[in-house]
Design a binder for this molecule. Sequence first.
Ligand SMILES: [Zn+2]
Length: 537
Amino acid sequence: MKKLFLFLSLAGLAAAQIQDISGQRIRAHVKFLASDLLEGRGPGTRGGQLATEYLAAQFALVGAKPAGGNGTYFQKVPLVGLEPQPDSQLSARGKGRAIPLGWLEDFVGVSQRQKPLEQFDAEAIFVGHGIVAPEFQWDDFKGADVRGKMLVLFTNEPDSTDPRFFGGRALTYYGRWTCKYEQALRMGALGVVIIHTTPTAGYGWNVVKNSWGREQPFVKLAAGEPALAFAGWVTSAAGEKLLALSGHSVEELLKASNSRDFRPVPLGLRLRGRLPAKIRELDTANVAAIVEGSDPELKGQAVIFSAHWDHLGIGAPVNGDSIYNGAVDNATGCAMLIEIARAWAALEQKPRRSVLFLAVTAEEGGLRGSEYYAEHAIIPPGKTALALNYDAFYPFGRARDVVVSGAERTTVFPLVEEAARRLNLEIKPDARPEQGSYYRSDHFPLAKAGIPAFSIHMGTEFAGKPAGYGEQLFREFNAQHYHQPSDEYREDWDFSGLIELARFGMLLGVNAANLETLPSWKPGDEFLPAREKSGVK
Ligand SMILES: [Zn+2]
């Protein structure tokens, strides 16, 4: 009874501060962070540095303490930028024939060994989806020795409608292409060629081509750390040609990959590659600030709020504009983070656990800042109660619903439901779980380290607007402005929805920071083993 009283009174005390979260302040931060002066906030650029300095100054102003290295707000993230060159070559040779593939037209890829020139010539073996998942009695390798070989595979995972088998319709991490590269490296393979198909990837070749054709950041390898000599993709047409050399077809092998009895297929051909790359070190950082908890025993534990500060920097001009401002993506999330930090630091009675505000770098380049944080955590994962991520908010008004995909898999879900109830928000399920969007945001590397983690997204049902209004606005925005120089701040934006979701996250965060025991993943969840490994039982 006493505990219940304490819990309620703390939430009650916090209510005034939560109510104080302001749209005018959020607007001012978005306007500055998305201004041309910041040149699109590319990691390792002057604009990026200005953005991190701004975040640090704002955290200092609100009274959140430095939580980075050497008493600063900065956790340096050593990244290497790898820019593949247009004269990159990949070819398949077998049965006395050679099939050269064209850069960007037929294939993309990099050497993850971070060298200015990679060359290889190795045997190719088809390994289905390249998955080893003992909990589903699934092993695409069946003991085959793939050391030093080039793995050819499809991304995604075996078809399922049974939630106990590869998550049913929803994609599990096994289905993500990043997981394929990690598995290949664990097995000692030389490299991986993914045969792209739109259904297995969830998007077209143009998306693959655009993200792989430019400089990509990687966490700098430690001395002697193993890495793949080739991580890349070929189009389905190129895959068809390549498989035809060994008497197979895309359709046939895709079908075979859906069977538990699948066995690796040696393709009887060699893949030869020559990959020059421009390499540079990127000087960049995560920005970290902390507000200490009030409980002497629990203040070593924390709740994390994260948002990525980076965007695409300066790039190819569109309609004469080359600055990719990233106003929605993700000046909005950063602004909300600063505003939550201000409200939290102003709480008279601080929650029992501490709170860490983490503005991460290089999300656009593959979640590198959050990945680095997960491996160099400021608060150990086993002492982190919950991580809430904010990424890309549309300032088009207040939605009646909120999307918190992944929250239902954690034991904090009752608190999520309570916060939604208090703010009159309806929790809306992920409309397309088969796309695996859960694995494409900064909360994911933290979840992989065991921390209950998810992103908070705005729903699509707008008060006083017809059904489908939000859906249409989002679709238009995505088509015209997503990852374009035109994702710019506008004076006519309505920040009421952002206020609401900042309040929602703060209420949830305060309650999680006051919980008696650390939350976890629910039984059977793919992240529960990592949670237990982090020391939370
Ligand atoms: Zn983003």
